[in-house]
Design a protein around this ligand. Sequence first.
Ligand code: SF4
Ligand code: SF4
Length: 108
Amino acid sequence: MGNMVYLKNVATLAIDTTKCSGCGFCLDVCPHNVFKMNGKNAKIVDRDACMECGACSRNCPAGAISVQSGVGCAAAVINSLLGRNGGECCCGPQKDDSGAPRSGGCCG
Ligand code: SF4
Ligand code: SF4
């Protein structure tokens, strides 16, 4: 993940703290530590690290998180276009073992 590139200010992630119950599920499921607790509510602390996988939104029992998931795993798509990595993405490798493009998932 060290050579991943993220665009600033493009993630669609948003949180409505008035709905948040403070359960902490979003902190548990986010693979990029985008959230932290702020008193009794979660807050976004690193929006630019969000890869829009949608796990937080799907697991929020209060419906407090919105994110446009499955729109392309922005970082993986951009890195792939730039030839910067092996194509790892939230939906798995973009190439199969033979190097052929993989179909399926949000990048397929
Ligand atoms: S999962 Fe939802 S309700 Fe729970 S802390 Fe996160 S935003 Fe708040
Ligand atoms: S969409 Fe995925 S990466 Fe972004 S904040 Fe939610 S769990 Fe984290």
